[in-house]
Write a protein that binds this ligand. Structure first.
Ligand code: UGA
Length: 433
């Protein structure tokens, strides 16, 4: 099939590359010219394992193209995936201006049938606004079109794997014509495909993200309780997770969820419910608990060291999760900020996210960037783990201990086994265990 993807960000690029990998012809429309130049030269603007290689392969094999021109995108195909950003407004609601722009400009240029598909996370009933906009701007009101919802569930860091092997595919449609296009598009996927109306489909995505965020805040509160009573949150999560109704995934306690999705989506879900006269109080608590996590973590560090003022502290991990260079809403930002305010001297290390972090925290008296995890630990009074990169699980902890001034390890992601690190002579603090 021929597919047009509007938006060359995380979701758009992964969607385009993966559809090309499945044998389709894909044109990605991205309005930032520099980004298109970069993409055309075979470079991915984001770090995502395997993405750049797969992109280059499909470009070489003539299935993946890029342009800045929406008109070209509409001439290329009848199937248009809308993958533009839906950033957060100050009141927490989603800013849908980019979605509106795509709908409007598409309508103006449309000469024949198009299927417009929302892939970005949007508030329920956004499809109605897209339809209204298309209808308003269509040059010829008799041109047929469909608007569908087909949310993406991929995670950063495992985007390709998630796209190609989803747990389910959700499709919200209103016509048989649209349905048959999706049937063709997803015919090789083995997972359940759920066909519903667009509003239900939009809600499935938003509610799923909110629910996963709720699991994380829930286990984080359990972790705090574990610390008070001397229990182990990892084992509590294991014990709970064996119950199929609960499941073990997303029950890892830590310093809170970050990224471009959960914080924004939870806020937008609360706001959306409010707009319909409902108080989704449970999600307000989810958000409050999450916002508290970095603050509590810094309190913990302060309690351990008594004072952090003018002490050197090593930090491993800045990305909001492993296998990405993304630091959007990463708990590390708040933690680093609070520690700087407390007068600490920080030596930061992350395998991929340091360049992005430098834009927020340039190198200076209190902030240094280390070339490797060992340099970050050198002379430190404590070492903090903020992202669970594989690399950190493989370091030579004996060497780390020798390099540090005090062998204090504060593990915000529970990557080590307390007994093992303690037996190496570390003073070890984890989350909820
Ligand atoms: C999330 C969802 O998992 C995807 O299904 C969805 O498609 C995506 O948002 C989106 O809406 O685009 P993502 O934000 O990439 O994906 O990453 P996650 O793996 O969900 O992690 C989010 C945050 O939760 C990270 O900061 C992570 O460290 C944290 N987390 C996750 C925990 O603290 N504990 C856990 O048990 C799991």
């Amino acid at each position: 099939m021929k597919i047009t993807v509007v938006g060359g960000g995380y979701v758009g690029l992964t969607t385009g590359v993966c559809f090309a990998h499945l044998g389709h012809q894909v044109l990605i429309v991205e309005k930032i010219p520099q980004k298109v130049e970069l993409l055309k030269s075979g470079k991915s603007p984001i770090y995502e394992p395997g993405l750049e290689e797969l992109m280059q392969k499909n470009m070489k094999e003539g299935r993946l193209f890029f342009t800045t021109d929406l008109r070209e995108g509409l001439e290329f195909s009848d199937v248009i995936f809308i993958c533009v950003g839906t950033p957060q407004r100050p009141d927490g609601s989603a800013d849908l201006s980019q979605v509106e722009e795509v709908a409007r400009e598409t309508a103006k240029l449309m000469k024949s049938y198009k299927l417009l598909i929302e892939k970005s996370t949007v508030p329920v009933n956004t499809h109605k606004l897209i339809k209204k906009t298309v209808q308003r701007y269509l040059k010829d009101p008799s041109i047929p079109y469909d608007v569908a919802s087909n949310p993406e569930f991929l995670r950063e860091g495992s985007a390709i794997e998630d796209f190609l092997n989803p747990d389910r595919i959700v499709v919200g449609i209103e016509s048989e014509r649209a349905k048959s296009i999706f049937e063709e598009l997803y015919k090789d996927f083995k997972c359940p495909i759920i066909y519903t109306d667009p509003a239900t489909s939009e809600l499935i995505k938003h509610a799923s993200n909110s629910f996963l965020a709720m699991k994380i805040s829930f286990i984080n509160m359990v972790a705090d309780l574990c610390e008070k009573v001397g229990a182990d949150v990892k084992l509590v999560a294991d014990g709970m997770g064996y119950d199929k109704r609960i499941g073990r995934h997303f029950l890892n306690a830590g310093i809170g969820y970050g990224g471009s999705c959960f914080p924004k989506d939870v806020k937008a879900f609360i706001k959306m419910a409010e707009d319909y006269g409902l108080n989704f109080g449970i999600l307000r608590e989810v958000e409050r608990i999450n916002q508290e996590r970095p603050v509590k973590f810094v309190e913990k560090v302060k309690n351990i060291l008594w004072s952090v003022k003018e002490k050197k502290i090593g930090v491993w991990g800045l990305a909001f999760k492993p296998n990405t260079d993304d630091i959007r809403e990463a708990p590390s930002i708040k933690i680093v900020d609070l520690l700087i305010k407390e007068g600490a001297y920080l030596s930061l290390y992350d395998p991929k996210a340091m360049e992005n972090f430098k834009m927020l925290f340039p190198e200076g008296k209190q902030v240094k960037y280390a070339k490797d995890p060992y340099i970050a630990a050198e002379g430190a009074s404590a070492l903090l783990i903020l992202t669970e990169w594989d690399e950190f699980m493989k370091v030579d902890l004996k060497r780390v201990k020798e390099l540090m001034e005090l062998p204090i390890l504060v593990d915000g992601r529970n990557i080590f086994e307390p007994k093992e690190v303690k037996s190496l002579g570390f003073e070890y603090y984890a989350i909820g265990r």
